[in-house]
Ligand binder design. Structure first.
Ligand SMILES: Nc1nc2c(c(=O)[nH]1)N[C@H]1C(S)=C(S)[C@@H](COP(=O)(O)OP(=O)(O)OC[C@H]3O[C@@H](n4cnc5c(=O)[nH]c(N)nc54)[C@H](O)[C@@H]3O)O[C@H]1N2
Ligand SMILES: Nc1nc2c(c(=O)[nH]1)N[C@H]1C(S)=C(S)[C@@H](COP(=O)(O)OP(=O)(O)OC[C@H]3O[C@@H](n4cnc5c(=O)[nH]c(N)nc54)[C@H](O)[C@@H]3O)O[C@H]1N2
Ligand code: SF4
Ligand SMILES: [Mo]
Length: 860
């Protein structure tokens, strides 16, 4: 184990790709700081990056290969995987085998998986969770530019006068980019527009929020382009030199903008006044059955106005996962061959020669949704899932689970033992996780950075690329996969990008093909393509970019399921929670999955804030705590994507969306499903804290969240209050208040240490969870205090935690505002809230704004 000197690495989470300076302080202990020298973040980190140290414990890790429920040696497991794959190919052909991989693999892992499938197995049935994430942006880039190139850098955000955020909750999902924007706004008054149906914390901070109807983006951008043209702002010179415009393109534009006239005019005025404009788009654009058209509608506006390929201007598709971009470079999507190359005869021949590939695939493979359909109907009989949790993250995940359950061989490479997908695997392989992995990732602005190992690999865990290479060797391709480390793979990949570069594409890493191992070890972050990767000549046959005519989708109407269901992310959770769910600090922000609903819809549906609701679609149903909010438009509801069967009873969002995909990109429309909502009234509700994980059964509702010394369970049930099975062995003390239907139970060991405590009620108030959870593992509280659920000297009630770094709650901030603090900085000065990572600053700003008038009244 390395200790002492800080190691420079890259954050495990989002596509911002922040540099981290990590100092190992003990076995599986690390101190995290932002890397001041990293150009993506200049030292900043958000809440998730800051608290990476809480997720590197061996809690829940998969530490040995598993065949069924039995631990196996690597040789046995690898022989089995290779044998099953070989038999499957021999009996049913190469297309009966598939890999489903992830933007959370390193470029080296990704390259190895792609090479094995497309060059050696002989199928292109390798697709990735980027299909759920970036596929529409990729398709839009290809249609417009002839190559999947993001023509922007973060520096453009510093230099823009106007930034449009489309379907991006940047303050929560790309917080360090958000902080960079905040800084630019403070320094030069950059104007900000947020186009999102929800009034997110990002939208609250904008100069203009456009609360668009779901999937209203194509109509809005077409109308915006038409109006821009009417105002004479089309750059005819740029278009003549660099754009291809179909006959009839302009005439087809005129759609109604779909937003109130004054909002539309305000938007047009801002766009007209600020040629230095960046449009940053994310999942509100991509995750749609018209996601590719949304991307092109945005790009059309930039091409037509010449707002591209210059400082401070361009369409900027921001990536989600740490290596979403790297996956696209190596060719991890089933419809690219490798390195931005397609399946043309010449391209295939060049790739075949480069890899010395015995079985180069003939054409594109299946895209994720179709791939799982093929698993379901038996066309695919061997599936290897790496670094993704499709039983949770795929749409209509009930169907995906059935497909996995039927598949003769499911292999899962993961770092966590109990994932929803792992529960359906025949063979589980333990991979290196963040802090053990060693290789490269590429961020949203095409910047390649090193992830470096901090710890020795635990148990039997191995690097993903090594597992792939060892399976390939067992299938007879030893010399083609004989890399001795990630640097060898990186060199091979960098050399291979020469195939793209020779075709005039922007992807070109050949300058790095000759790195020595030492140079690779010390590799500084570098950006391929430079700040403006698309030059005067676009990588299309004509050298010009194409303005793609796009038309708005038909309105979606469903009388049986009249609401529109949106799904989104929480600030402090990452996807299926296998890592962030381990952090007590991060778990404070939103410990439960909420159904957000407009007050008038709530009244109509009989929903109460803090009560429960069931969301139903044609595909399935899930259960949520209700949060009534003006931030939601009428007729629309929103739930988080994060909760799994491991973390909740029925809070899994992807029971709900359909398998409908964008016809061009194959990306699912996660954010606009037909749904209905019914109120659910349990007979009792309450919470339980206990030191270890339990498996609740027969309850109406449960979720769990990490607290310092264990887990906090929220519970609700029908009939008699009975959670006996959830309480551990020990000395039990209990009170029952029949009148109020209240039951309180504490379980201690013989030394008096609290092992568990539960507070359940039919109608009464529940004690503060924070104090009770804080007693776990301690013997400090008296019996009376435990049964009351509160200390004898009352603690201040902080309200919901806003600043997780310092544990500052809404009520602390309210008190500061009452006391005269009138800005985020002043609240920070008197409470410390928002003064560490800064992720909560938008939330504090909202509270200051909401409460300041009250403070003024009080002062009068
Ligand atoms: N905290 C956190 N950060 C993350 C992640 C995480 O899990 N947690 N995941 C990372 C990954 S992989 C990704 S892809 C990114 C995603 O980052 P974002 O795309 O910012 O995240 P989402 O919350 O999925 O969706 C963004 C917004 O799209 C809006 N939206 C829905 N429908 C429409 C529409 O029709 N039009 C428009 N204009 N907007 C719409 C939603 O209301 C939502 O506020 O985040 C990355 N960062
Ligand atoms: N409803 C709805 N669904 C969505 C979305 C949405 O907005 N709404 N967003 C979609 C998007 S954009 C995305 S990106 C996906 C994300 O969905 P997933 O990729 O399914 O989510 P993760 O939880 O990140 O899954 C990563 C898995 O890999 C494991 N892992 C972590 N590191 C490693 C490693 O180094 N090696 C290996 N082998 N395993 C590792 C983790 O433990 C975890 O089980 O979800 C999609 N699904
Ligand atoms: S913004 Fe946060 S999650 Fe994303 S890379 Fe930076 S520190 Fe990590
Ligand atoms: Mo994503």
């Amino acid at each position: 184990m390395k200790t002492g000197a800080p190691i420079r690495t890259t954050c495990a989470y989002c596509g911002v790709g922040c540099g981290v300076s990590a100092t190992v302080t003990g076995p599986r202990a690390v101190e995290i700081r932002g890397d001041a020298a990293h150009p993506a973040n200049h030292g900043r980190l958000c809440s998730k990056g800051t608290h990476l140290g809480e997720t590197v414990s061996l809690d829940g890790r998969l530490l040995a290969p598993m065949i069924g429920d039995r631990e196996a040696g690597w040789d046995e497991a690898l022989d089995l995987v290779a044998g099953k794959m070989r038999d499957c190919i021999a009996e049913h052909g190469p297309d009966s085998v598939a890999f489903y991989v992830s933007g959370q693999l390193l470029t080296e892992d990704y390259y190895a998986a792609n090479k094995l499938m497309k060059g050696f197995v002989g199928s292109a049935n390798i697709d990735t969770n980027s299909r759920l994430c970036m596929a529409s942006a990729v398709a839009a880039h290809n249609r417009a530019f002839g190559e999947d190139v993001v023509p922007c850098s973060y520096a453009d955000l510093d230099e823009a006068d106007l930034v449009l955020l489309v379907g991006s909750n940047t303050a929560w999902c790309h917080p360090v980019v958000w902080q960079r924007l905040e800084q630019a706004r403070a320094a030069r008054g950059t104007r900000l527009v947020v186009i999102d149906p929800r009034r997110t914390e990002t939208a609250e901070q904008a100069d203009l929020h456009v609360p668009i109807a779901p999937d209203g983006d194509v109509a809005l951008f077409n109308a915006l382009l038409a109006e821009t043209r009417r105002r004479g702002l089309v750059d005819e010179e740029y278009l003549a030199a660099h754009g291809e415009v179909d006959a009839g393109f302009w005439e087809a534009l005129d759609a109604a903008p779909g937003v109130p006239a004054e909002t539309f005019t305000a938007l047009c005025d801002l766009v007209a006044a600020h040629p230095r404009m960046v449009t940053l788009f994310s999942q509100g654009a991509n995750q749609s059955v018209c996601g590719t058209d949304k991307g092109n509608a945005i790009i059309n506006l930039h091409l037509a106005t010449g707002r591209i390929n210059r400082a401070g201007a361009g369409p900027f598709s921001i990536t989600g996962q740490p290596n979403a971009m790297g996956g696209r470079e190596v060719g991890g999507l089933s419809n690219t061959l490798a390195c931005h190359l397609g399946f043309g005869e010449d391209e295939r021949a060049e790739v075949e020669a480069f890899w010395d590939a015995p079985n180069l695939c003939a054409g594109p493979g299946l895209k994720a949704v179709d791939l799982f359909r093929a698993v379901h109907d038996g066309r695919i009989r061997f599936l290897w899932v790496m670094a993704t949790n499709p039983a949770v993250s795929m749409p209509d995940s009930g169907f995906v689970r059935k497909a996995l359950a039927r598949c003769p061989t499911v292999v899962v490479s993961d770092i966590i033992a109990d994932t929803d997908t792992g529960r359906l695997a025949h063979i589980r392989l333990p991979a290196h996780g963040w802090g053990e992995k060693d290789g490269t990732v590429t961020n949203s602005e095409r910047r390649v950075s090193r992830q470096r190992a901090l710890f020795a690999a635990p148990g039997e865990a191995r690097a993903d690329w090594r597992i792939i290479a060892q399976v390939a060797a067992r299938m007879g391709w030893t010399e083609h996969f004989a890399w001795d480390g990630p640097s060898a793979i990186f060199r091979e990949f960098a050399a291979m990008t020469g195939l793209a570069a020779r075709r005039g594409k922007a992807l070109d890493l050949t300058a790095h093909a000759g790195l020595t191992d030492d140079e690779y070890e010390g590799l500084e972050p570098f950006q391929w393509g430079g700040a403006q990767p698309l030059g005067a000549r676009f990588p299309t046959p004509s050298g010009k970019a194409r303005l793609v005519p796009v038309t708005p989708p038909a309105p979606a109407i469903d009388t049986e399921f009249p609401l529109r269901l949106n799904t989104a992310r929480y600030r402090d959770q990452w996807h299926t929670m296998t890592r962030t769910g381990l952090s007590p600090t991060l778990s404070q922000h939103r410990p439960e999955p909420l159904l957000e609903v407009h007050p008038l819809d709530a009244a109509e549906l009989g929903l109460t804030d803090g009560g429960f609701s069931r969301v139903e679609t044609k595909q399935g149903a899930s259960l949520y705590r209700v949060a009534v909010t003006e931030g939601q438009r009428r007729g629309e509801v929103c739930v988080p994507m994060h909760w799994t069967d491991a973390m909740a009873g029925e809070g899994r969002a992807n029971r709900l969306p359909s398998q409908a995909v964008d016809p061009v990109s194959g990306q699912p429309g996660f954010k606009n499903a037909a749904a209905r909502v019914v109120a659910v009234t349990p007979d009792w509700r309450g919470f339980l804290v206990r030191h270890d994980v339990a498996a609740p059964e027969g309850l109406l509702y449960w979720t769990r969240a990490r607290v310092k010394a264990g887990w906090l369970y929220e519970l609700a049930g029908e009939g008699t209050i009975d959670i006996g099975a959830l309480l551990p062995e020990g000395e039990r003390i209990e009170v029952v208040d029949m009148a109020r239907g209240m039951r309180r139970i504490a379980v201690r060991d013989t030394g008096g240490t609290l092992l568990a405590a539960a507070y359940l009620t039919r109608s009464g108030q529940l004690p503060p969870r924070e104090w009770v959870a804080g007693q776990l593992g301690l013997d400090a509280a008296s019996t009376a205090e435990l049964l009351a659920g509160r200390p004898s000297t009352p603690l201040p009630d902080r309200g919901p935690i806003v600043c997780v770094c310092h544990g500052i709650g809404e009520k602390d901030i309210a008190a500061a505002v009452q006391g005269g603090a009138s800005s985020v900085a002043e609240v920070g000065a008197c409470t410390r809230a928002g003064t560490n990572c800064g992720s909560c600053r938008p939330a504090i700003a909202r509270l200051v704004e909401a409460w300041t008038p009250i403070a003024l009244e009080a002062a009068e």
